[in-house]
Design a protein around this ligand. Structure first.
Ligand SMILES: [Cu+2]
Length: 479
């Protein structure tokens, strides 16, 4: 190996260990949502056309629906681009850009054939527009600055109005690239005039996003090509709210992706069929089974399955680096007396200050934006492993012996059961949160009695963490 190659590997920060979570502060066990006021749900009286009854309303965990009012047969929405404080997990917040108090923006849900109007008042400090991704609308409603409309300057209002004649899973987003990277996307669901068959009982919407957050900086680095926070509906595991399904129900998951990476989304314990794309419903003759669906950038994928197997089934991106939180290569002295990846860049490199070379050079590109300076000094006697963990200590080698194992250390275990407890987590086994990081959530297929109990807890707002320790579960899940 020549010198430059060796130095590349030494300096590379691609091989970081997972997750370092900062906060040990007590966090409210309430349903952790976005901080801004949430839009109210639409009123019952003029709610849905008969066509959508039986389709089930789409539920987007952790994201509100956008309310609307009727005006002479037109559904009128207010959709305001603005800055939103987002809690990725308890103890980790960022300022992203979204719509009407939510990142991703609130879910728009309408019926095929609806006339819709969007009153967009720009509350950002820079100009924007809204593009309706996949919708067949007149050019002057397409939301592309200069080509289809003037920019919406800060404080200005622009009104979009058109009739939707498609159905399926669509989305809206800013048509300014860097604004997209700041979070400006939301779901746009259109229910069909003729209900699809077979009907689904539970219909969920999931928005995949990725963020690069430098240490101690709550503002995403929209220039980054590497990402250390991966979210579903604005939450990273284990803060993603599980999807609750009664055993035997048919489930649809609608997944959209707007970011720099494609995400192979994988479900455990079930097979599904891809039943729709960003172009709408797919003919049944084209369906084929799988358990991983690649959701590419700018794509939508609908998958459906009959939830016949009771269990808490993971649904997650299978890219290993997307199954982590706050991935940084400089978490403690990984190279310290061990045989794992080398660390130890300084704060300047970490913050993107370049003294020589360029940002994409062999020396800098892998590590830019990943240094943590003062926590990486080699003489500092700390370990990557968060602990103590009874599992790790029971049959394990002595620390000195571990460090002679090539590659050690890699993964770590962190339990956040209490911090993320909410009604939807009722009955999960102690320690469940240790297996949930990044772009991960759960489809909880529950026997009727447990399902009813979770529904009761949702209605009454009861959030309790599991009791007992991971080593000695207090009770078996589902019993
Ligand atoms: Cu991914």
């Amino acid at each position: 190996m020549d010198n430059s190659r060796r130095s590349f590997i030494r300096r590379s920060s691609l091989f970081g260990a997972a997750g370092l979570l900062a906060s040990s502060k007590a966090v409210s066990a309430q349903h952790e949502g976005h901080v801004m006021p949430k839009p109210q749900p639409p009123s019952k009286k003029d709610n849905r056309s008969p066509a959508s009854i039986g389709q089930g309303l789409v539920h987007t965990p952790d994201v509100p629906n956008l309310p609307w009012t009727m005006d002479n047969g037109v559904k009128v929405f207010r959709l305001d681009p603005e800055i939103v404080k987002v809690q990725l997990i308890p103890g980790k917040e960022m300022y992203a850009w979204g719509y009407s108090g939510s990142v991703p923006g609130p879910t728009i849900e309408v019926n095929e054939g609806d006339r819709v109007r969007f009153i967009v008042t720009n509350k950002l400090p820079e100009a924007t527009t809204v593009h309706w991704h996949g919708l067949e609308v007149p050019l002057n409603m397409d939301g592309v600055p200069f080509i289809s409309q003037p920019l919406i300057e800060p404080g200005q209002t622009f009104v979009y109005e058109y009739t939707v004649h498609q159905n399926g899973t669509f989305f809206y987003h800013s048509h300014m690239a860097m604004q997209e990277m700041m979070g400006m996307i939301g779901l746009f669901i259109i229910h069909p005039k003729q209900p699809h068959s077979p009907r689904v009982d539970k219909d969920f919407g999931l928005v995949l996003q990725e963020w690069a957050l430098l240490p101690n900086n709550p503002i995403p680095n929209s220039l980054a090509m590497e990402f250390n926070w991966l979210t579903i509906n604005g939450k990273a595991g284990p803060a993603t709210t599980p999807m609750i399904v009664k055993q035997g129900e048919r489930v649809r998951l609608r997944i959209v992706n707007l970011g720099m990476d494609h995400h192979p989304m994988h479900i455990h314990g079930n097979q599904f069929y891809v039943t729709g794309t960003e172009g709408g419903r797919a003919p049944e003759s084209t369906w084929f089974p799988g358990n991983t669906v690649l959701v590419g950038v700018a794509q939508a994928r609908d998958v459906e399955f009959d939830a016949v197997y009771a269990g808490d089934w993971m649904f997650h991106c299978h890219l290993p680096h997307h199954m982590m939180n706050q991935m940084v290569s400089m978490v403690g002295p990984m190279g310290h007396a061990g045989m794992g990846p080398q660390t130890g860049k300084g704060m300047e490199e970490g913050m993107g200050v370049i003294r020589q070379g360029h940002a994409l050079s062999e020396d800098l590109a892998p590590g830019l934006g990943r240094g943590m300076g003062d926590s990486t000094e080699k003489e500092r006697n700390t370990t990557n492993l968060a602990g103590p963990s009874p599992h790790l200590q029971q049959n394990s080698l002595k620390e000195g012996d571990k460090k002679r194992v090539p590659g050690y250390p890699q993964d770590m275990v962190m339990i956040m059961d209490k911090e993320v407890a909410k009604p939807e987590t009722y009955g999960l086994p102690p320690g469940w949160t240790a297996s949930m990081m990044g772009m991960m959530t759960l489809v909880r297929v529950l026997p009727p009695d447990v399902y009813e109990e979770v529904q009761r807890r949702i209605r009454e707002g009861i959030a309790e963490p599991p009791t007992g320790s991971p080593a000695q579960p207090a009770h078996k899940h589902g019993s």
